[in-house]
Design a protein around this ligand. Sequence first.
Ligand code: GRF
Length: 220
Amino acid sequence: MTKKRVGVLISGRGSNLGALIEACKAPDYPAKIVLVVSNVPSVQGLLRAEAALVPALTINHKDFATRDDFDAALGKVLNEAGVELLCNAGFMRLHTENFVDHWRDRHLNIHPSLLPAFRGLHSHARVLDEGVKITGCTVHFVRPEMDTGPIIAQAAVPVLPGDTPESLGNRVLEAEHRLYPHALKLVASGAVRVEGENVVGMTQIRDQAPFFSPPLDEAL
Ligand code: GRF
């Protein structure tokens, strides 16, 4: 099987990177990580890559005068590594439109909410403020506007009484670690494609009951 060559962009902890690294170990997984790039030096995600013997480097955005210069340097290393699919995994920097156009429909991002709800930062705190009962996470193709783009896969996660942004964030993160490898597999295997601005293909839920919050037996 020819595996798609994947680049992963990080800015910090890299737990989603860790989930992708684990998934890529399976012989029948259709992707392999050929490069990890962090825009922040010495982050935990770089150590994870190093421990897994995945090539990793830092391109510190502070070393560049403009966003264009930074994205050009990033594009160069991705190109040199022969990257075919790009995964943002906690990459905390907006890309230029040129960069996004170049990677169109080959560039994934994970966001900790059920998009298009709660784009941007602090989604869990905002979910709690709004009294939302079900939240989750989304993997989508990247478009120039932050946290927009065709949705590849989503996971729903309950908001529980007494949740704090941290407890909810941890529950969503567990789902992220299952969702991202699943979504990358769908893309790398060619099971899904973008039509218009929607992802079509094998995205339907099979054999899974809808999930109600509060539970139906609590309804009057
Ligand atoms: C995740 O919650 C991801 O959805 C968001 O940033 C966080 C990154 O966490 N985009 P990690 O670096 O993968 O641990």
